[in-house]
Design a protein around this ligand. Structure first.
Ligand SMILES: Nc1ncnc2c1ncn2[C@@H]1O[C@H](COP(=O)(O)OP(=O)(O)O)[C@@H](O)[C@H]1O
Ligand SMILES: [Mg+2]
Length: 308
């Protein structure tokens, strides 16, 4: 079977209006508009199979949202080819739109002045979902997200966390096979972040949907995704198992010691110098315990981004 998502040598640049500094610049730019290209995505390729839950990580401005917009048909690539569920997303065919959903943590798609349930019913009508199917899906989602009590409350009165949950229900009411989640946990408190993660995991398991999740919280990705794609400045830097990032990029190990008074110290040393460093530490301190650990994934990823 063909992969659910095919991204083949895709680039995207935005044309932005260039304004020279100063008053003269403002005036002359009124007469003669000049444009520059911002290259948001540079020649990226990857495949995603049915049922995969892949983390798509990178710093701000790396090109994550741009990529998800191309995958959902909101933007057309400047070069290369995108295929999702056998379709070109840009054609935005109704059969295609019925099978995907894009959820953006910073944007809301619900009607602000209406109770969330009204927005769900609108989605039901747009997607032509038969009433019994709608009812069943809705009750499943409401139960998984535990938001039954606020469905009749005006959306503007919901907390951010409640609203994000309602956004998810709206985005999933047509049971899409492919789900793009763009920073779904942004701004949420720790409890809500966990609720979101549990839901995403469960949704992926039960409905076997393919999910791409972007986040700049490494915790989301660590908890949910085996595979990650790391993007920086429009380039893909890594595509593989999260655990392999450590093997490939961690140049150091961390030696942690516990001293007699119970206090702990940590020292980062190059992988090749562990034995030597350990000997030195043991001769310098009275150590009750010593462990050699891999550095935190967060630190490795931060270093990957910093290096270029
Ligand atoms: N509509 C736009 N017009 C011009 N530049 C844009 C637009 N959207 C994004 N960009 C630029 O493209 C790059 C990638 O942005 P984006 O895809 O939003 O990154 P991310 O989601 O990883 O933070 C950034 O340099 C950003 O400033
Ligand atoms: Mg973004």
């Amino acid at each position: 079977m063909a992969p659910t998502i095919i991204v083949d040598s895709v680039s995207k640049s935005y044309q932005v209006h260039k304004k020279s500094p100063g008053l003269w610049g403002s005036l002359s730019s009124l007469v003669k508009r000049e444009y520059t290209d911002v290259q948001a995505v540079r020649d990226i390729s990857f495949l995603i199979e049915e049922g995969e839950l892949v983390g798509f990580i990178g710093p701000n401005g790396a090109g994550k949202t741009t990529t998800l917009k191309m995958l959902s048909g909101l933007l057309y690539p400047s070069a290369g080819k995108v295929q999702v569920l056998g379709s070109d997303p840009w054609e935005r065919k109704p059969e295609f739109l019925r099978q995907i959903s894009l959820v953006m943590g910073q944007k809301n798609q619900l009607w602000w002045d209406l109770p969330a349930e009204e927005s769900f019913r609108l989605a039901r009508d747009i997607y032509n979902i038969p009433e019994p199917v709608y009812k069943k899906t809705l009750s499943n989602l409401v139960e998984m997200l535990n938001i039954g009590d606020v469905l009749n409350v005006q959306v503007r009165k919901l907390s951010l966390g409640q609203r994000m949950k309602a956004e998810l229900v709206a985005a999933l009411i047509h049971s899409p096979k492919v789900l793009f989640l763009d920073e779904p946990t942004i701004g949420l408190d720790v409890v809500m972040q966990k609720a979101m993660r549990d839901f995403i995991r469960e949704y992926n398991k039960h409905f076997h949907g393919s999910i791409i999740l972007t986040s700049h919280y490494m915790d989301d990705v660590k908890e949910l995704c085996r595979r990650v794609i790391v993007i920086d400045k429009g380039h893909i830097m890594f595509d593989g198992l999260l655990a392999d990032i450590v093997k490939k990029y961690a140049k150091n190990k961390v030696i942690e010691i516990t001293l007699e008074d119970g206090s702990k110290k940590e020292e980062e040393v190059p992988r090749t110098k562990v034995a030597e460093a350990t000997a030195k530490i043991l001769s310098k301190y009275t150590v009750v315990d010593l462990t050699v650990k891999e550095p935190e994934i967060e630190d490795i990823v931060r270093e990957m981004f910093g290096k270029q």
